[in-house]
Design a protein around this ligand. Structure first.
Ligand code: NAD
Length: 449
């Protein structure tokens, strides 16, 4: 979908005028291109000598072909692509100045679409109240830095539980690369030793079967294509009314099409049967199908309430109940479940009591399910998109649409591929130590946390 304002202000007279008037000038974001190197430019890595993560991170990045610098002084004209600081050694608030010492002289030289990453310890894994406070402080630092960064740069906090240092590679590859173009100000937790390395980082999903609901268009279509790009066979699922588009998508990505209404009484059994018969089961399930039926609460009919809750939440619960049934699981060991929530489910939105309830419910579902499936190595996560350019958002009235596009640190809407890359990160076999999490893909939207 077109963002005319971005085009208008990207150069020439429009760009000049926007600059003079102090209007936002959205930077074209760098996105992943097939065959491009995992890390596009130099990475400056710093940290306390007592940090737990720096050493393994350095060797992982170097093995991946990244140009890593440690112990170098900032120098004129040097434009690092990423600034990474291992803060796991910080045990007291009076050591937090180390963040200032590292970032202050370097932050203004960060390249366009650069990456700022702080690595800490989950506060619940700290041993003293002082350490917990200092580690929690990292979150405020990162969220503010994300709001200050310009030209499409992002800032994230990665919390690594003690003993999980070797399990971080899929996460660092995501947050330090153009795959996380529209993700900023976020906190990700790596806890567990099920990280691992796929056979190939270019085709991490080779030999896997994925099912994506609502795959005939919009975000679901791009999720399906991205998982196929990463090597998966994708079963593309959508309602019969979308039959033609669904088949075209499945054919284009070398997957298969499945017409099914996720709210149908027998949908869980039908999906289980199809996945078993066609593919012997599934490794990745992406619950993307969703609808909106907006009205303010006083004007909302029961129909609008029921249909949104049924598609967006109850169907996901019912499908997961069946696919993860302990006695007869369809999802293989080491499987991946990813739900598509929304920032509406975090921040709420006018006219969306039904939608926000359903999307918040998904977050509760993911968080409560994750510990139960951990025994079989199945992770359960959610992505929470902000304003993404699709047919769904093209229907939003102009004024609200413009506010949605600009009220975030990137000053623009995201693309479906930004959500898809986040889903692919969760789906990776290397992301086994990442579960129960909600990752916002919202350009650090001003709404919500
Ligand atoms: P979309 O309307 O373009 O696509 C949704 C797809 O789901 C359609 O193909 C539709 O046919 C399918 N679907 C609907 N009901 C179904 C059912 N009962 N059974 C099977 N399939 C069904 O929407 P989109 O913008 O691509 O959104 C995809 C997901 O992302 C949704 O869950 C949405 O809530 C979420 N989301 C979107 C945005 C955004 O900005 N576009 C923001 C936050 C969250």
């Amino acid at each position: 979908m077109a963002d005319r304002y971005q085009k208008l202000t990207s150069g020439g007279a429009g760009g000049f005028l926007a600059k003079r008037l102090g209007l936002p000038q959205p930077e074209p974001l760098r996105r992943h291109l097939p065959g491009a190197p995992a890390f596009p430019g130099p990475i400056v890595l710093g940290g306390q000598p007592s940090g737990r993560v720096q050493k393994s991170l350095h060797s992982q990045l170097a093995a991946a072909g990244a140009e890593v610098e440690t112990g170098t002084e900032p120098r004129d004209g040097h434009r690092p692509d990423a600034l990474v600081f291992d803060a796991t050694g910080i045990r007291d608030s009076d050591q937090l100045h180390a963040l200032h010492t590292f970032f202050h002289p370097r932050v203004r030289s960060l390249a366009a679409s650069g990456r700022l990453l702080v690595i800490g310890t989950p506060p619940e894994h700290t041993t003293t109240a002082r350490e917990a406070a200092a580690q929690r402080a990292l979150e405020g630092f990162v969220r503010s830095a994300g709001k200050e960064l310009k030209r499409g740069a992002t800032a994230q906090l990665l919390l690594v539980a003690p003993g999980s240092e070797e399990a971080i590679e899929s996460t660092t590859r995501f947050v330090l690369s153009p795959r996380s173009a529209y993700v900023s100000g976020q906190v990700l937790v790596v806890d567990g030793d099920r990280g691992g390395v796929p056979q190939s980082w270019d085709l991490p999903l080779e030999g896997k079967t994925a099912v994506v609901t609502g795959a005939s268009r919009g975000i679901g279509e791009v999720i399906a294509a991205t998982l196929a790009r990463d090597g998966a066979h994708v079963v593309c699922l959508d309602i019969a009314a979308q039959s033609e588009q669904l088949r075209a998508v499945a054919e284009r990505i070398g997957g298969s099409a499945l017409e099914l209404d996720v709210t149908a009484e027998d949908a869980p059994q039908a999906l289980a049967r199809e996945l078993r018969e066609r593919r012997g089961g599934a490794d990745i399930v992406v619950h993307n199908a969703g609808i909106t039926r907006d009205k303010t609460l006083g004007r909302m009919s029961r129909d609008r309430w029921d249909s949104v809750l049924a598609v967006n939440l109850s169907s996901v619960e019912r499908l997961n109940d069946r696919l993860l049934d302990e006695k007869d699981p369809v999802v293989a060991e080491g499987g991946r479940i990813v739900c598509v929530s929304s920032i509406s489910g975090i921040a709420g939105n006018v006219g969306q009591t039904n939608y926000a309830a359903s999307k918040a419910g998904l977050i509760g579902h993911v968080r409560s399910l994750a510990p139960y499936t951990a025994g079989r190595g199945v992770t359960v996560n959610a992505v929470a998109p902000g304003f993404i350019e699709t047919q769904m958002t093209a229907q939003v009235p102009l004024f609200i649409r413009e506010a949605g596009r600009r009220l975030n640190s990137m000053k623009q809407g995201g693309q479906p591929v930004d959500v898809a890359e986040a889903v692919a990160y969760f789906a990776s076999p290397a992301s086994g130590a990442v579960t129960g999490q909600v990752l916002r893909v919202c350009g650090q939207g001003l709404l919500g946390a």
